[in-house]
Design a protein around this ligand. Sequence first.
Ligand SMILES: Nc1nc2c(c(=O)[nH]1)N[C@H]1C(S)=C(S)[C@@H](COP(=O)(O)OP(=O)(O)OC[C@H]3O[C@@H](n4cnc5c(=O)[nH]c(N)nc54)[C@H](O)[C@@H]3O)O[C@H]1N2
Ligand SMILES: Nc1nc2c(c(=O)[nH]1)N[C@H]1C(S)=C(S)[C@@H](COP(=O)(O)OP(=O)(O)OC[C@H]3O[C@@H](n4cnc5c(=O)[nH]c(N)nc54)[C@H](O)[C@@H]3O)O[C@H]1N2
Ligand SMILES: [Mo]
Length: 631
Amino acid sequence: MENSIPTACPYDCPDACPFLARKESGGSLSIGPNPEFPLGGGFICPKGARWDLVRKHPSRLKTPLRRNGSSWDMISWDEAWSLWANKTEDSISRWGPLSVFFSRGYGSLYFSKNLLGNVFATLGGYTTTIGSLCGAAGVAGLKKTFGFTPVMLPDNISSHSMGVLLWGRNAAETNTHLLPLIGHLRNRGGSVAAIEIRETATTRIADSWWRVRPGSDGSLAILLCARLLETGAVCGSWRNNVSNPAAFEAMLSGLDRSAALESTGLKENEIDEIALWLIENRPVALYPGYGIQRYLAGSDTFHALAALSVLLGGLEERGGGVIFGKDEMTLFPRSLLRTSPVIRNMPVSSWYSRGNISPPLGVAVFCGGNPAKQSPCAGAFAETMSRIPFKVCVDLFMTETAHMSDLVLPASMFLEEGPDWRGSWWHQYLSRAVKAVDPPEGVLSDLEIFSGLARKMGINADLERERIEMDRILLDDQRIKRISEGIYSWNEPETWGNGHAVARMPEKTPEQSPFSRGLRMVTVHVAGYINGQTAGSSSENAGVPEVVLSPENLSALGLVDRSRVIIRGGSGSMKAVVRSDPGVGDDFCVVRQGIAGVNSLTLPMASPGYGAPFHENNVFISAAGGKRENA
Ligand SMILES: Nc1nc2c(c(=O)[nH]1)N[C@H]1C(S)=C(S)[C@@H](COP(=O)(O)OP(=O)(O)OC[C@H]3O[C@@H](n4cnc5c(=O)[nH]c(N)nc54)[C@H](O)[C@@H]3O)O[C@H]1N2
Ligand SMILES: Nc1nc2c(c(=O)[nH]1)N[C@H]1C(S)=C(S)[C@@H](COP(=O)(O)OP(=O)(O)OC[C@H]3O[C@@H](n4cnc5c(=O)[nH]c(N)nc54)[C@H](O)[C@@H]3O)O[C@H]1N2
Ligand SMILES: [Mo]
């Protein structure tokens, strides 16, 4: 298309859509799908189409800001870099390089963001986070099975799977480019099922769905393994692909079935129904979501899902397997990363709840993330922030994290910089984006901002030059094939379906979550916006959030639909309006993630694999102004 500029959505979303941006009169950009994207289906979602509103949003930061008591002074870039460099030098001379903390979020998944750490590596070391707020627990469970993160590509679903089991994955809201692939599978006579704790947009498009209790999916998967083995409905040669078949079978024969069944809330005949669905729809793609691994036992759950898929022949048959997050940065040229003599890693979801650390943090730098809103236990985060002498936040907006900082720096966005690349944690396509428009005056790219610090500190780190080098390496990479302007693909090796991988099966029954009684809060992602980024969406100023409960739980609390309540938990409380929903199971409530206040109710814990078990919490709901009613 003439005048179309190839770019791509930066969001931490599996679809990772290539876009075409076109300049309109009056300086606007229209953003639409790139029709050459094989998984594009000719559409982009509303939050992608909204990017030009975000770009021109009146609240965008335009100038560096320095805290002055409770207000902010506008300062020049030179003053900002001098202040930041002086504070960093002071901190290093007092406490050493590990007193400098660098934290990156998931705001933009462009490859160039990987270069930012080079500045800190050159300082001789730094402290950073390990794990993720997102899928680390699930990935850890899959790694327990294979020793690495296994890959199954979505093309497999449209071409080979006969069943897709959306296991706690709300794809109709969070992965909408899966829907055309499901259409292809259905045209071949295939079937779609879901396992959920509540009715969702996804259960409504499934041919069948079953409701489980929160946190019980590992037990369900193990029960299904036992059922399939005893009916003989397993792939005949599964033992050939497994390193420990005897220990796995011994675990299954020692399983306390009635306890496991009770934990799931399902009936015996429902286990049979699910087992039958799996048998009848082979090859089955198990398609787990992020919600089912936000528990302390999240990695065990994924180990059990992988085992179930092995029994179903997932390692041998195309179209079978577990499809979950993979590394979207696999093709980022590692040669560009500078190493550092020492790095101190702290768990991303709990570093701020550990009390004093030594050496202490003297300077903390946040870029492309909003942990004050998106990390569990906002109260503990705020408290720790108040004890760090100097905090810098680099963002497009004055976020909750920026508000807690001493220096706030305005970053440009993907449309205003480039060339840059991104991959996907779902598919094998890459996008190469070029700059579409100039940033607002006074706004710099993340790379320019961090290079400016390096310059002031006398360090040699020109990250914009490294970006150009990265682009050259990728354009020359023989593994990467050009599909059309801006869209590339690579022949990403798959783990499932080709008979090569060897799995280590679970030898223990999955742990049950310690919070199985009381009112648990489950937070969910929604179609309207992504993660904490609500700018320009209808949720931006949406007022009092909703907490959704089953009608039984609602009346047990003595509340009526739409009444105003206070939810207490973790380190704080939140005002909300209750809504009764018969689609929600018992003994938990559902709140949207990404709204202000919700993470004051969650707890700062790390699950095995350094995941964030957001759903391990108990909350107390009471009528606003009234006393606690379900303590
Ligand atoms: N529109 C939009 N798209 C997004 C995002 C977004 O915020 N908005 N976020 C992106 C990111 S970063 C991520 S990580 C993904 C998340 O994508 P998803 O995994 O689809 O989203 P979640 O809401 O985390 O969890 C999915 C479902 O898990 C269910 N669930 C919770 N606990 C359990 C359980 O114990 N068992 C079962 N069976 N189900 C359970 C919840 O009810 C929820 O519907 O989406 C990505 N895409
Ligand atoms: N309770 C609860 N909490 C959750 C979740 C949940 O399910 N429940 N989900 C978790 C999940 S899955 C995730 S992935 C995390 C995400 O949490 P975060 O990592 O905080 O990610 P975002 O909220 O997407 O974006 C962070 C910031 O990046 C900024 N940004 C965007 N592009 C750029 C850029 O190019 N440069 C700079 N400097 N800034 C940019 C945005 O303005 C935004 O303020 O949240 C987690 N938090
Ligand atoms: Mo995520």
